[in-house]
Design a protein. Structure first.
Length: 86
């Protein structure tokens, strides 16, 4: 999936619904492209970390691909780069 725009408290709710649909037992992997994300807040970051944790528990590969520079900086600052990026 491709995510674009701001990933904040409002949009995180919508993205969580999409991720919930993707985390079905039949799924084997989920790829989340963040090249178009211009802003991400702590709620959006928490959603991605939670989705990765839930996917791992369900034996589903979850990767974040091509984060925008601002998103990459946030990942590096918060120490989640190795957990989220392929």
């Amino acid at each position: 999936m491709r995510v674009a725009g701001e990933l904040d408290a409002y949009t995180s709710i919508r993205l969580r619904g999409v991720l919930d649909d993707c985390l079905r037992p039949a799924a084997t992997s989920i790829s989340c492209n963040l090249a178009g994300v211009t802003f991400i807040d702590s709620g959006g970051l928490g959603l991605l970390v939670s989705a990765r944790r839930r996917a791992h528990a369900a034996h589903i590969v979850f990767v974040v691909e091509d984060p925008s520079p601002s998103v990459r900086r946030l990942f590096e600052t918060t120490g989640v780069t190795n957990r989220l990026l392929a």
